[in-house]
Design a protein around this ligand. Sequence first.
Ligand code: ZN
Length: 197
Amino acid sequence: MSWLNDRARLQMMASEADISVRLVEKNSLFWRLLANILQVLRIMKANVFLDDFATTIGPIIAFPSNWSTETVENVLTHELVHVKQARACSFGLHPWIGLPIFAIAYLFLPIPFGLAYCRFHFELEAEKVRWYKMFKEQTNFVVIDSIAKNWAKLVSSSSYGWSMPTKWAIELTSEAIGKLFARYLSELPSGTSVENQ
Ligand SMILES: [Zn+2]
């Protein structure tokens, strides 16, 4: 079932996280134009960008129309962090106001391709929220660790403009997973036995 059948509920969930958020379908002229630019830059094939990726710009989160409700719910957690990051770049005023600073940092700093640490950092912070949620749902540590390693490979690939050398991306991601797991353990009520290792 397409997420569009559940749009009102998903929009309500997103609005609770940040009042400015608007969920849209990724099929308008704007998104198709952006997809073609990415293809020309050899960052990503246009149809992959339109069909396989959610994209957030300021308070707008675009999802492919054919995604299921479950997929959108899963990815929404990550995208909402990007809205909050854009808002933080405006010192809390509005994601549109923070977008220019967010975009400059995300796209160009310190080096647009190969060492875009800001891009990697913004993406890692967004994924960490998802992984922490998985720890709380008692997902096996090995499973989360392997998901995170695959993510590190993806974020250091052409899909994210080679944000970071893969080896460093994996190291930084493993470190983040270790810290998240320690935080998860420290927040467990005392006396709880841990069975997800
Ligand atoms: Zn992201």
